[in-house]
Design a protein around this ligand. Structure first.
Ligand code: DQA
Length: 158
């Protein structure tokens, strides 16, 4: 983690969302809820500012390569990544390799409980290279991931 000029640690968090998460609010609301991605990001922004997070940035992309690049560029710029990779979770070796290549801890998260859904969703190719996985709590999966990142970063400052 970086320190500012007074030696106080700086907390920088990147929230990444993958394919189709731009459709939240109208996409299968019985599974994913009625909040839009903007609603979720606003909740995270408020929580982050209450916890003195210095930077919280958001990126959603429907393109695997754009997410890979965002992870590559996170090196040295962010202290934590919160990642809902959507369907890429289940098959993107490129995303997995990017996570493994960059020394920024990643929390994998999902709105739905991927383990109680179709069999193809039970496998996450990302799970072996992330810090941990949170799924099944709707918007609270995002909040929990942020809270964990904040707690980890606060521990680093002690
Ligand atoms: C998801 C679960 C994935 O299986 C699915 O492809 C998504 C959303 C979730 O947040 O529950 O797009 O990541």
């Amino acid at each position: 983690m970086q320190s500012d000029t007074d030696g106080v640690n700086v907390k920088r968090i990147l929230v990444l969302n993958g394919p189709n998460l731009n459709l939240l609010g109208t996409r299968e609301p019985e599974i994913y809820g009625r909040l839009t991605l903007d609603d979720i990001n606003e909740l995270l922004r408020v929580r982050a500012s209450e916890a003195d997070v210095d930077t919280i940035d958001f990126l959603q992309s429907n393109y695997e390569g754009e997410l890979v690049e965002a992870i590559q560029k996170a090196r040295g710029r962010y202290d934590f990544i919160l990642l809902n990779a959507g369907a890429l979770t289940h098959y993107s070796i490129a995303l997995r390799d990017a996570i493994a290549a960059v020394p920024v801890p990643v929390i994998e998260l999902h709105l739905s409980n991927i383990h109680r859904r179709e069999e193809f969703r039970h496998t996450s190719v990302l799970a072996p290279v992330v810090m941990g996985q949170i799924c099944g709590f709707g918007v609270d999966s995002y909040i929990a991931a942020l809270d964990i990142a904040i707690r980890r970063l606060q521990k680093d400052t002690k």
